[in-house]
Structures are given as structure tokens and as C-alpha cells.
Write a protein that binds this ligand. Structure first.
Ligand code: ADP
Length: 316
């Protein structure tokens, strides 16, 4: 049984191969994307076991995602193929100047039909960590109920809950998202907020205050992501600022947060200190920025070690 279990939607991603407004894009690359599945692959590449609970359409994209996750070594025994709803899709626009936009076609997707009965309590209870994000509860009422059920199961059997709020204002309104996310945060043990979403969730600007407030809500570890500044990682006894690794060029800004979470949980699984785990997390986040695609960017253990020691592998 996997050491880490996660749950969430993975979509097919069509990435425009040349920059410009999506309506003029004529060529696309087919990739896959999903916060939780990226996290799961990150855990596996660093040498631990992970399982992913989800629903996919029984269609070409669903089969692609399932095969890819299985090929990466993630346990997919809890993924259901649904013949009545499609796999979600999104299109990624590319712009050289200004912000690139994503266009989602995920409403009524197979994953949005996840329900509490999909979860086998035994599966969660045999893990050490359950990782969830704030994307899933935004997908549908039944997805919210599924996340709540997964958390309740984990609590009952003493599995630690790790949670990334991942506030996505494209999926739901702030007024609805904030109370739901704060409720889920109260049940979490390890929290991965980004500085911007933390400011929205708490109405607080100072990193130290943010961490303090989240610790008061319930989590025992808070790893506040500070982008190019690294992270502030804290528990009730200590607060450590862990500086970022320097990144020469950002090729793809997406997926850094998921890689970061996989790095921190790996550190905790291995009994490392907050600072050491935070360093692995920052290295994972930095490496995620250098490669197009989310899963594509995740390092294997030897690549991570080489990056962290400043000795890039020499290939002759
Ligand atoms: P999210 O992707 O969840 O919004 P961040 O953008 O803060 O989160 O990135 C997550 C982590 O990735 C950061 O805490 C840091 O470790 C690393 N990171 C992000 N941007 C940079 C950067 N420009 N340089 C170095 N590391 C970065």
C-alpha cells in the first residue's frame, strides 16, 4: 500500500506551440496536468510510493492519463474510468509578453463526479500522508463531500493530512471559496499556502503573521511559499526561513507549488528537520520552473541531489 495517497482531477492539456491569442493557434502539443497527480509523481521520483484516487472519462484522454500515471509508478488501483462523462481538457495559450491564459473545459467532467463512496477507507488508512488541494472542493458539491470524507477517514485512523489551498478564482467565487477552504485548513496537519492566496484567505500581509495565524487554526506545520524568495516553514516550536535556489530562466511557471509539496512531504517521510525538508522543497520548486510541463519537470533523486549540491551531472 502507498505511503502517500492523494486525490484530484487530472486533465488533458493542449499547449499552443507558438505564442499568440489562442484563437489564432493552429498547432498544439498534447500533455497532461493536475496538481495532485504532479505531486504523486514527484513523491515517486524521489523514491517513495504514492497512490492517486480519481475518475477519468473512459475515452482517449482518460486512457492516456491512466497509462502515464501507471507508467510513472503511481498506484492507480483507485482510479475509475467513467463511460458517462469525459476527461476534462484545458488549452494553454502562450504569450511572449503579458500573462498566458488557460482555457478550461472541465465542467461536468468525469472527475467532477467523484463522490464520497468512491473512497475505500482501508486505502487511506494504510498510508502515512493524505494530500489534498483546494482545487477539488471547487469542482462540484460531490467533490467537496469527497474531500471532506477523505479528511474524516484520515483523521479517524491517524493519517496526517497535507493540504494545499490552491485558491483558483476561475473555479469559484471568493465569498464561497474562503469559508470552505478555511474549514478544510482547520482539519489539515501540514499546510502549503502560497503568499498571495494566504493574503486573500486571511487578510494578512506579513509572512510571519500569516504563518502564526494558520498555526492557530489547526495545522501543526505550515510551509508558506514565497516564490523567488523561497519559503517560511514553521511549527509550534520554530520558524525557519529557507531561501530559494537561484533559477536562471523560468521556462514554465506552473507546477512549482506541487513539486514543492512533494519535496517537503518527502523530507518529512524521511524524518528530516523543517529546514532540511524546506531545502528539498525549494529545490523541487526551482527545478519545476526550468522545464515545460509539470510532470516532465520533476527530478529523480540523483538529479535533485546534484542540483542541491551545485554539481550538475556531467554527461560525457
Ligand atoms: P505556487 O506555484 O503554489 O504559487 P510559488 O510560486 O511560491 O508557489 O512557488 C513554489 C516554490 O517554488 C517556492 O516556494 C520556491 O521554492 C520555488 N520557486 C518559485 N519561484 C521561484 C523562483 N523564481 N526562483 C527560485 N525558486 C522559485
Amino acid at each position: 500500500m502507498p505511503e502517500v495517497v492523494t486525490l484530484g482531477e487530472t486533465l488533458a492539456v493542449l499547449v499552443a506551440t507558438s505564442p499568440g491569442p489562442l484563437r489564432y493557434s493552429t498547432h498544439f502539443e498534447l500533455r497532461t496536468g493536475g496538481a495532485e497527480s504532479t505531486f504523486a509523481v514527484g513523491i515517486v521520483r524521489l523514491g517513495h510510493s504514492a497512490g492517486w484516487i480519481s475518475r477519468l472519462g473512459d475515452d482517449e484522454f482518460g486512457k492516456l492519463i491512466l497509462a502515464m500515471m501507471r507508467g510513472e509508478g503511481v498506484d492507480v488501483s483507485q482510479v475509475k474510468l467513467d463511460s458517462e462523462a469525459p476527461t476534462g481538457v484545458f488549452f494553454k495559450e502562450r504569450r511572449e509578453a503579458g500573462e498566458s491564459r488557460n482555457y478550461y473545459y472541465r465542467q461536468n467532467s468525469a472527475a467532477s463526479k467523484m463522490k464520497p463512496e468512491d473512497i475505500d477507507p482501508q486505502y487511506i488508512c494504510s498510508a502515512k500522508y493524505l494530500h489534498l488541494t483546494g482545487i477539488t472542493p471547487a469542482l462540484s458539491p460531490s467533490c467537496l463531500a469527497t474531500v471532506e470524507r477523505a479528511m474524516d477517514i484520515a483523521k479517524e485512523c491517524g493519517v496526517l493530512i497535507s493540504f494545499d489551498p490552491n485558491l483558483r478564482l476561475k473555479l469559484w467565487k471568493k465569498e464561497r471559496a474562503i469559508p470552505v477552504l478555511l474549514n478544510l485548513i482547520r482539519k489539515a496537519d501540514i499546510l502549503f499556502p502560497g503568499i498571495e492566496e494566504a493574503q486573500i484567505l486571511l487578510g494578512e500581509n506579513e509572512p510571519e503573521k500569516i504563518v502564526e495565524r494558520f498555526l492557530e487554526l489547526g495545522p501543526s506545520i505550515v510551509a508558506l511559499k514565497l516564490g523567488s524568495k523561497g519559503a517560511l516553514v514553521a511549527n509550534a516550536h520554530q520558524e525557519v526561513y529557507v531561501p530559494a535556489f537561484s533559477v536562471e530562466r523560468i521556462v514554465d511557471p506552473f507546477g512549482a507549488g506541487d513539486a514543492f509539496a512533494a519535496g517537503l512531504i518527502t523530507g518529512l517521510l524521511e524524518g528530516l528537520s523543517l529546514e532540511e525538508a524546506g531545502r528539498i522543497a525549494n529545490a523541487m520548486g526551482a527545478l519545476a520552473l526550468g522545464v515545460t510541463g509539470n510532470i516532465e519537470a520533476l527530478p529523480y533523486r540523483d538529479e535533485l541531489i546534484a542540483f542541491m549540491s551545485g554539481n550538475p551531472t556531467i554527461i560525457s
